[in-house]
Design a protein around this ligand. Sequence first.
Ligand code: IPM
Ligand code: MN
Length: 365
Amino acid sequence: MKMKLAVLPGDGIGPEVMDASVRVLKTVCACFNHEAGFTKGLLGGAAIDETGSPLPEETLKLCRESDAILLGAVGGPKWDHNPARLRPEKGLLGLRKAMGLFANLRPVKAYRPLLPAAPLKPEVIDKVDLLIVRELTGGLYFGQPSERRGPEKESVVDTLQYSKTEIERIVEKAFQLAQIRRGKLTSVDKANVLESSRMWREIVDKTASRYPDVEVEHMLVDATAMQLIARPGQFDVIVTENLFGDILSDEASMITGSLGMLPSASLRADRFGMYEPVHGSAPDIAGQGKANPLGMILSTAMMLRYSFGLEKEAAAVEKAVDAVLAAGYCTGDLKVPDGKIVSTNELADKIIDHLKENHAKSLHV
Ligand code: IPM
Ligand code: MN
């Protein structure tokens, strides 16, 4: 398999976790006889500094010419006071929209060795394995905001807008995923208040008739936030709109013990995808080798699976992560009792060693 990859490290810890993940991917390629080309591009604050735009045309062109995108993280205090169009986040949102990546998959699972590291009781989170399917190119993130209005500019409007088609395609995707998982779908909304949520519910109910093998329930977003902490084991697939999904996925990360653990895939109808950790750029620890690379490394596993259909390779990376955690290695964000805290690169090295040891038979180096 030949893979043409756009690599957008971004800001803060982005470049560190990206370097670690690219090294892991290169090992996977060597072990399983694949070829990957990595082309770097600018996005976010790094792009603003270099080119004056958070999403330069050249980066868009690179992404369009690639089979998949790997993205680190964007943002940082340096650009926090920039006008809206010159914010790093604008680059990320623009890229998601431009590439049509409407389906954001955020799997959350409890890792045995990390159970004591999580703030929730081990018996509550043990065996949790859920998937948040977040709509990614609509809702409040993309409604046209108003200017500041009034004599003292004391009023402002953000718009939560969805079209039927936008809801239908994400709901369809969630049903398909529930069907190949444990057959349960929780659709999360605020239908007791929002008109868009009431339309969302109608579409979910209508789609459900074509998936008789999937059990569907509706849950209000506030109740979901509570249930995720109280009884996360009840969830299989959760489907929800953009902002609710953003918030619930950060919350759900505490099931793993750290936001640094969570990977994500942003997909459209074909195989093209963008793969990025759920965490942000963590400027406070940037450049110190302290960042947890596992969210990014697990995102590359999702890329192997979803964009290239390389299930065996994806599973090999995930197994390596399991093994390294089981051996007690971690980064500082994971409060594992008696854990061996290592650097970003050292943790990646442990994963690489595990891959080489277990797939040496087919090693082509
Ligand atoms: C995420 C991030 C982004 C989002 C930010 C950086 C714009 O929080 O991917 O979850 O809100 O989508
Ligand atoms: Mn977020």
